[in-house]
Write a protein that binds this ligand. Structure first.
Ligand SMILES: C=CC1=C(C)c2cc3[nH]c(cc4nc(cc5[nH]c(cc1n2)c(C)c5CCC(=O)O)C(CCC(=O)O)=C4C)c(C)c3C=C
Ligand SMILES: [Fe+2]
Length: 423
């Protein structure tokens, strides 16, 4: 699913944020057309800044609001946001199920307020005071270790079994895993950081930060029309994602409403991989070889088997030279559902840049996040195949990893994970 695919998805008008009169609500077509929509029953609303000055509307970017409450948590099918934070927490010794429930209640309340463009609390930091909600989303997940720490081992999903090791893994345990996960995304870096500070404050004495990382994507409006994202290797990335228009989209991405365990109804599993790109090596590779490694043209993302960006890849096509048009080790061939018994996932990453490493190489790459109904039938078989035969892997290092059970969305008045923690 690309950003533009999502932008054409279902619109759903929400009431304006407090302090914003209906009269001042921006026209839906204009606002959502420019600022982006989300799919799967999650709506986006444009609101105006409560400046007291009737003549100064927020831009559509600042005004766009993604509701916190809904069937699924926001931040899964939401269009890629410009700024993001991923934070993993461990419960403090002595904190159990009761304290975890109180924390998820606090986090959900804070997320509902912030995503509506309201202050987090009376003592709000004010970091985002001038901005609108800016498509803020805050998404919560549980890690494998959470269940033992809260005496909920019997309710841990089988799908949350630790990921198997892969031969090319160079994982740093200190930047991997954790009891709890928070994914924050927004189209403004201050709005995103504001949410991170509020989430950290709420953690209080119940949970300590285990690791935290920051990411980014292209800013909405930076291109003449909505385009698929590019990654730091310069490739168009996200073209062949499942889209909500696919019949099997929900079945691939979400646990069914009647799925198991019951508390994961409408939830999803997120695989996180911090993947460093060997950019110095990559950037010396001639364009033609870069394109061969992926199997798509760099300029527009079109497959090397012909057509435009959205033409299906023809894995059986041979060129005039008698060689496969999409090479045997091309990333899109090895990762394709057709090469993996139909396995697919929704990739929704952020790029990251953490400066230079001690060896002088850029510490930059992809915060790869893949969403699926079951990682044993999504990420795992595909990564196994990539691990063995992907031409791109010579330019990548997997340096951190985590798997999260992300419950369904909370209804108004509920908190995320309530069915697990109070069920
Ligand atoms: C295990 C899953 C995957 C990992 C890890 C992964 C890393 C990774 N990928 C790119 C760049 C591109 N990937 C593209 C397509 C693509 N990638 C995966 C899976 C993983 N990628 C899949 C399932 C697909 C779709 C394959 C298909 O059906 O055609 C593309 C092409 C454009 C697109 O379809 O998105 C690019 C480019 C990088 C840079 C990277 C690690 C840093
Ligand atoms: Fe990929």
């Amino acid at each position: 699913m690309t950003a533009q695919t999502l932008r054409t998805e279902q619109q759903q008008q929400q009431p304006p944020a407090p302090g914003v009169t209906r009269r001042r609500l921006l026209g839906t077509a204009t606002a959502t057309g420019a600022a982006g929509l989300v799919a799967g029953g999650t709506g986006v609303t444009a609101v105006l800044r409560d400046t007291g000055d009737e003549s100064v509307p927020l831009t559509t970017v600042g005004a766009t609001r993604v509701p916190f409450h809904g069937t699924h948590q926001a931040g899964i099918t939401t269009p890629l946001q410009a700024a993001g934070h991923l934070a993993a927490f461990d419960l403090t010794p002595g904190a159990g199920r009761k304290q975890a429930a109180a924390l998820l209640r606090r986090w959900s309340r804070t997320a509902a307020r912030l995503t509506a463009g309201e202050p987090a609390s009376d003592g709000d930091t004010g970091i985002a005071l001038d901005a609108g909600p800016s498509s803020l989303t805050v998404t919560f997940g549980f890690g494998h270790t959470f269940f033992d720490r809260t005496d909920l081992t019997a309710r841990r999903p089988a799908a949350l079994a630790p990921l198997p090791p892969f031969s090319a893994d160079a994982l740093d345990a200190r930047r991997s895993d954790g009891d709890l996960w928070v994914q924050i995304g927004a189209d403004d870096p201050l709005v995103a950081y504001h949410a991170l500070r509020a989430v950290l404050r709420d953690a209080g004495e119940t949970a300590t930060l285990r690791w935290q990382t920051r990411g980014f994507n292209r800013t909405p409006g930076a291109t003449a029309e909505p385009r698929t994202a590019r990654n730091l290797m310069g490739q168009v990335d996200g073209t062949n994602n499942p889209t909500p228009a696919d019949d099997d989209f929900a079945a691939r991405v979400f646990v069914p409403a009647a799925g198991q365990p019951d508390w994961m109804a409408n939830g999803s599993y997120a695989v996180f991989r911090r993947i460093r790109m060997l950019l110095d090596r990559w950037e010396t590779l001639p364009l033609e070889r870069q394109e061969r490694v992926i199997g798509r043209r760099k300029s527009d993302g079109a497959p090397l088997s012909g057509g435009g960006e959205h033409t299906p890849v023809d894995l059986g096509k041979f060129g005039a030279d008698g060689a496969l048009a999409v090479a045997g080790d091309a990333h899109v061939r090895v990762a394709a559902p057709a090469s993996n018994g139909g396995a697919a996932m929704l990739r929704r990453p952020f790029s990251y840049d953490d400066g230079l490493r001690d060896d002088g190489a850029p510490d930059a790459g992809l915060l790869f996040i893949a969403w699926q109904a079951d990682p044993r039938h999504g990420f795992v078989p595909v990564q196994r195949k990539l691990d063995r035969g992907d031409g791109l892997s010579r330019f990548l290092r997997h340096e951190a990893s985590a798997l999260w059970a992300v419950p369904g969305g909370a209804a108004d008045g509920e908190y995320v994970g309530q069915r697990l923690l109070e069920g």
